[in-house]
Design a protein around this ligand. Structure first.
Ligand SMILES: NC(=O)c1ccc[n+]([C@@H]2O[C@H](COP(=O)([O-])OP(=O)(O)OC[C@H]3O[C@@H](n4cnc5c(N)ncnc54)[C@H](O)[C@@H]3O)[C@@H](O)[C@H]2O)c1
Length: 437
């Protein structure tokens, strides 16, 4: 993992200390709408696995023009350019001249820059895009240290450009439906949620291509939750985080490391350099977040154990609960003990965005359709000049569990305060603004 943001373990722990709000003379980005426009002109940095699939979905959204593509591997850019011209758009400009050529892309006349590169590049790229007058849409996690979280917040406020985290799981069919059920009071007063990223990535992180070229390295440098946002984003929405509540503090512990090293030992010959690697990230990291309004969130991360996929995606209130994998609902009633299928609630609560775009979204693939819905919705917000569903404060707070869990783990589970990235404005916005159509 070369270039920007390559930190050694001690630097990472130091930059985790930047928890206090830096002084700022700039006003908040909460509630700031995009400038409406008919067409969205876009640049994409990083067209590996994720950037290529995002591009495919964006090409299926009306009035989105892909103007520029950047990647350090020219063949990937050529492949992306062809995907664009195959859809009848003019060939996008290519930026392939090394690690920092993205800076030249951000000089073009564009409305937004999508960033789908390895984690250490997200912040320098988003900051450069915003400083050059473009909105930034960053893959997950948006940032990996508290210092970086603040860099995104400060730059977004100073430049008046949005920095959106591309948290596709917030746009899942179940997640959007459950959000509406929460808001309708179906589960009563919300007290607890469960969120996770439990996904066996052993073959992916040890491959000699794609994420295998960079995603294993954090496992040698950091012990904590490396990928918090897929589970946490939707639960943060259920709990109105930054829309009336806020993450207050968290505690975190990690199991010992065993599974990734066992996998490497079993699958690579003695001479393979991977055999000499030392992984320090515990197989299962478990955190508990407490919110200012007294709610709790169980947050887990495990990408190395053999197991079926789950994001837990659960929410509990005084009248009932939802839990995913499989999706099921329990509503309190006398003598009731069994789950109901989520399908029973579809007719009343299926989200309008899914009713409108669901058929196409499912056809476009992308994690069951949620990737298309996310891209469609973000482009729609820009074209219509709406407030983004997810802003820089969400990007920072949903990504912050990486450094906070790391510090807590290093201190035997000691409690870590979340910075208030909103600078006191977590309560000014009403819940109804999120996903308002
Ligand atoms: N939201 C999701 O469901 C989801 C799914 C997969 C990946 N991701 C995220 O997307 C991002 C990319 O992951 P991926 O799976 O596509 O990885 P990848 O390795 O397949 O692609 C990364 C691409 O970035 C390019 N790149 C690296 N440094 C660059 C630089 N300085 N300038 C330009 N290009 C550069 C690489 O050449 C590569 O093509 C990561 O942040 C990952 O966490 C999100």
């Amino acid at each position: 993992m070369g270039g920007a943001g390559l930190l050694v373990a001690t630097d990472i722990l130091k930059s985790n200390l930047a928890a206090e709000a830096p002084n700022s003379s700039h006003s908040t980005m909460i509630g700031v709408p995009f400038e409406a426009r008919e067409r969205v002109r876009m640049g994409i940095i990083g067209v590996g696995g994720r950037g290529t699939s995002l591009l495919g979905e964006l090409l299926g959204v009306e009035n989105v023009e892909i103007k520029a593509i950047c990647d350090i591997i020219p063949a990937k850019v050529a492949h992306a350019q062809k995907a664009v011209t195959d859809k009848g758009q003019p060939e996008p400009k290519a930026f392939t001249k090394g690690d920092w050529d993205f800076k030249n892309l951000t000089q073009l006349d564009l409305d937004i820059v999508y960033i789908a590169t390895p984690w250490n590049w997200h912040v320098p790229m988003a900051v450069e895009a915003m400083k050059n007058g473009k909105h930034a849409a960053v893959e997950v996690p948006a940032c990996t240290t508290l210092e970086e979280c603040w860099q995104l917040v400060d730059t977004s406020e100073a430049t008046r450009k949005h920095c959106v985290i591309l948290e596709n799981c917030c746009y899942g069919e179940n997640e959007m439906m459950v959000l509406d059920m929460v808001r309708d009071g179906v589960f009563g007063e919300i007290t607890h949620g469960e969120a996770a990223y439990l996904h066996d990535l052993r073959s992916i992180v040890t491959a000699n291509e794609g994420e295998g070229l960079w995603r294993r390295f954090p496992h040698m440098q950091r012990n904590g939750n490396l990928y918090p946002t897929h589970g946490l984003g939707p639960v943060a929405h259920y709990m109105d985080i930054h829309r009336g509540d806020r993450f207050d503090y968290m505690v975190s512990v990690s199991s010992r490391e065993a599974s990734l090293s066992a996998y490497v030992k079993a699958n690579f010959p003695d001479a393979d350099p991977k055999r000499a690697e030392k992984y320090i990230c515990g197989d299962m990291n478990t955190s508990i977040i407490k919110t200012l309004k007294g709610r709790t969130i169980l947050l887990q991360h495990d990408v190395v154990n053999p197991r079926p996929y789950s994001r837990l995606n659960s929410i509990q209130g005084t009248k009932g609960m939802f839990a995913d994998y499989p999706a099921r609902i329990f509503i309190d009633a006398p003598k009731k003990e069994d789950w109901d299928s989520i399908d029973l609630f579809q007719e009343k609560y299926a989200h309008p965005l899914w009713k409108k775009t669901g058929e196409l979204a499912r056809k476009m693939g992308g994690h069951g359709g949620m990737d298309y819905v996310m891209n469609y919705r973000l482009m729609d917000c820009i074209k219509r000049g709406l407030i983004p569903d997810i802003d820089v404060y969400d990007a920072a707070a949903w990504s912050a569990p990486t450094p906070l869990s790391e510090t807590s783990v290093a201190q035997n589970g000691a409690s870590q305060k979340f910075p208030d990235f909103t600078r006191g404005k977590w309560n000014v916005r009403s819940q109804s603004q999120g996903f308002a159509l």
